[in-house]
Design a protein around this ligand. Structure first.
Ligand SMILES: Cc1cc2nc3c(=O)[nH]c(=O)nc-3n(C[C@H](O)[C@H](O)[C@H](O)COP(=O)(O)OP(=O)(O)OC[C@H]3O[C@@H](n4cnc5c(N)ncnc54)[C@H](O)[C@@H]3O)c2cc1C
Length: 413
């Protein structure tokens, strides 16, 4: 049977990888296979520590405060959009302890599975993508952030994660290459990081050698008959027949599903990154500056700084105030690292996190269209969850027992 995948981001490539391992013939369709897509310029953090869904208590209050600060890390562009209203309402209803309690273990296990799959891919396939299991540091400079991070750290310990609570000296010891200026940090030794661009490039090369067909086309609609999708229509007018369809089109997934008569609540969480090339001034351990929500990742000889989450519609327009907002935070924590606003805006990368309203991904077979599987909504963890997602998709296609309980991930929830 031929499997057609729409979307050549990390989830599409990883799905192809595991499907080929199962012996399927696979084709991936992407409108551009752009090497500046969301799966390339992200922070590359592999995060079992991020077991709390984005929709959790306290987020709404913080979000409202941030809305009135033009340099803050979070923003929802006010607009009359019925879909956005529905998404916000479901998000609001999900920001509670019940949502956290029911999904935290699954999100943790999903991340752990993915991390171990990354390890296996790196060693079995001899892929070089700068994968390091050195942990992640949540850094803080004030009492409020300290209290919040320690409380999350204690929850993590209860769940079974290894957590270390460090003072400034402890943080400095783990980052000998650059000076730190913090109150302390919560360190999760079980996290990892990688160079996203390298992983995507290496995986694509591997899939080509394994016979995966890469088709550059934009899908604009499809034909359904007897609860099945029979073919896909491309923007250039061509038609692609399909036996089994997997949609991993990130933020754009809902648009394709809408053309097939299905509804999925998904919003775009736009973010930016800037990569400083060939710099010695970089922390050893990837860090999150918790108050400003900035991620700092050493990637090879480079340093990547990422920040902001804007739900503002899909556009690559750069909001200079917000970019400055997160760049200015860096030297406050790492006084020797200076990052100024680039003279050329092309150096600022933008990407779009596919956000589900309850903060839990969607992975499963459609109840309405029998030959359709969807895997999206991974939000801030799409890179982290890539290999596990690919494995889950291949298990669904093959009708095998699933590595994780899929009920919480269902599309129709
Ligand atoms: C600033 C930032 C930092 C991040 N940091 C991290 C991190 O540290 N760790 C982590 O785990 N995650 C991180 N993420 C999130 C992660 O990057 C995403 O969740 C992940 O890349 C999504 O992958 P995907 O394969 O689902 O979608 P994408 O990578 O968006 O791929 C979807 C593909 O579908 C294609 N497509 C869309 N519509 C069509 C169509 N109609 N026809 C054909 N093709 C189509 C697109 O061209 C695209 O290539 C970050 C994101 C951002 C923005």
């Amino acid at each position: 049977m031929k499997i057609t995948i729409i979307g050549g981001g990390v989830n599409g490539l990883c799905s192809a990888y595991y499907l080929v391992k199962e012996g399927y013939q696979v084709e991936i369709i992407d409108e551009s296979f752009s090497e500046s897509g969301t799966s390339y310029g992200n922070a590359g953090m592999i995060v079992p520590s991020h077991f709390m869904p984005m929709a959790s208590p306290g987020v709404i209050a913080k979000g409202i405060k941030w809305m009135f600060d033009s340099s803050s890390p979070f923003y929802v562009k006010p607009r009359i959009d019925f879909r956005l209203m529905q998404w916000l309402y479901k998000f609001y209803k999900s920001c509670n302890e019940t949502n956290v309690a029911k999904s935290q273990e699954l999100i943790w296990q999903y991340n752990e599975l993915s991390k171990s799959e990354y390890r296996t891919i790196a060693s079995d396939e001899k892929l070089e993508f700068d994968f390091h299991e050195q942990g992640l540091m949540m850094l803080y400079k004030n009492d409020k952030s300290q209290k919040e991070e320690i409380s999350i750290g204690e929850k993590a310990q209860k769940l079974g994660l290894e957590v270390q609570f460090l003072d400034e000296e402890g943080v400095q010891k783990l980052n000998p290459n650059t000076r730190v200026n913090v109150k302390g940090g919560v360190y999760y030794p079980g996290d990892a990081h990688l160079y996203s661009n390298f992983f995507m490039g290496e995986m694509k090369k591997l899939l080509i050698t394994r016979g995966v067909n890469f088709i550059t086309k934009k899908i604009i609609s499809g034909t359904t008959s007897s609860n099945k999708i029979t073919n896909l229509k491309c923007e250039d007018g061509s038609i692609i027949n399909t036996d089994q369809l997997v949609i991993t089109a990130g933020t754009w997934t809902w648009q394709i599903l809408q053309k097939l008569g299905l509804k999925l609540l998904l919003e775009d969480g736009k973010g930016y990154s800037i990569t400083k090339f060939d710099t010695n001034q970089r922390p050893t351990i990837p860090s999150i500056l918790t108050h400003e929500k900035v991620a700092i990742t050493p990637m090879g000889n480079n340093l990547r700084i990422t920040g902001t989450l804007e739900i503002s519609g899909i556009s690559n327009k750069i909001n200079a105030k917000r970019v400055n907002g997160f760049l200015n935070a860096v030297p406050k924590y790492f006084p020797e690292i200076n990052v100024s606003f680039p003279s050329d805006e092309k150096e600022i990368w933008t990407g779009f996190r596919p956000l589900s309203p309850d903060g839990v991904p969607y992975v499963g077979r459609s109840e309405k269209l029998n030959n359709l599987i969807v895997a999206t909504g991974h939000g801030m963890m799409g890179m982290s969850l890539g290999p596990a997602t690919g494995k889950l998709v291949s298990e669904i296609v093959a009708g095998k027992e699933s590595s994780l309980d899929l009920s919480l991930l269902s599309l129709e929830r």
